[in-house]
Design a binder for this molecule. Structure first.
Ligand SMILES: C[S@@+](CC[C@H](N)C(=O)[O-])C[C@H]1O[C@@H](n2cnc3c(N)ncnc32)[C@H](O)[C@@H]1O
Length: 224
């Protein structure tokens, strides 16, 4: 379900780089459907790299999907002509670091389809700081976990408020049931954290308390 929703944001006919591809399921599924024209599956670790190679080979797609053992965007070569990059199933900070550490490999014309597991705020901050506008956001619930999908393209200077970076500018407007459910859960956690802070034997630094209290206030306002 999660990867199906990610797949829906890959433009038809794209040349896709799936970074951190693990078994290579996303590029293989898209290629089998004729939804993309070429793909690179990048993996930094040996076991998933071999798993991706096996999936590609078993589906007889070795001529159209290249599997590369590489760290982050180093999997992308200029001659690949990549038009879309997916980075899914990792923390938002990890996705941000992957994008930031090899910016020279981004042409700026690729669509980014990102599925962070937490850490959405620092990822959105990076997107804003690097001129990427958020075109689409989705949140879905699977097996009690909430997953966010962020689709972005470089459009030039873009400005989001602190709340928009925290909640997601488009999600704040759409207010889907999954979005509201996620933030209700997080608000309960913030209240628990504040109660634990109040009972802690050692005083918790005031700025930390204020930070959590501010987040709880924002969420309360959002849900009001
Ligand atoms: C939890 S899996 C997610 C797999 C798949 N993208 C998905 O969403 O189902 C994360 C994968 O990212 C890979 N990975 C983590 N950091 C990476 C990096 N810097 N470059 C390439 N792959 C990375 C890991 O080896 C792992 O296979």
């Amino acid at each position: 379900m999660r990867l199906e929703r990610v797949a829906a944001h890959v433009p038809a006919g794209a040349r896709l780089a799936d970074i951190g591809s693990d078994h290579g399921y996303l590029p293989v599924a898209l290629m089998r459907r004729g939804a993309i024209t070429a793909a690179v599956a990048g993996e930094v670790a040996m076991t998933p790299f071999h798993a991706a190679e096996r999936t590609v080979r078993d589906n007889e797609l070795s001529a159209r999907i290249t599997v590369r053992l590489a760290n982050g965007l180093a999997a992308i070569e200029p001659q690949d002509g990549i038009t879309a990059i997916s980075i899914c199933g990792m923390g938002g900070e990890t996705i941000r670091d992957i994008l930031d550490s090899d910016k020279a490999r981004l042409s700026g014309r690729e669509r980014l389809i990102l599925q962070p597991n937490g850490g959405e705020q620092p990822l959105r901050q990076w997107l804003m700081d690097n001129g990427y506008g958020i075109l689409c956001e989705e949140i879905l619930r699977e097996n009690r976990f909430y997953y966010e999908i962020i689709v972005a393209e470089r459009i030039g200077p873009v400005q989001y408020t602190a709340e928009q970076l925290y909640f997601g500018p488009l999600q704040m407007q759409a207010r889907s049931p999954a979005f509201l459910g996620k933030w209700q859960r997080i608000l309960r956690e913030k209240h628990k954290t504040l109660a634990n802070f109040a009972q802690a034997r050692q005083a918790v630094p005031e700025d930390k308390v204020q930070d959590v209290a501010r987040q709880a206030r924002w969420i309360t306002q959002l849900l009001a």
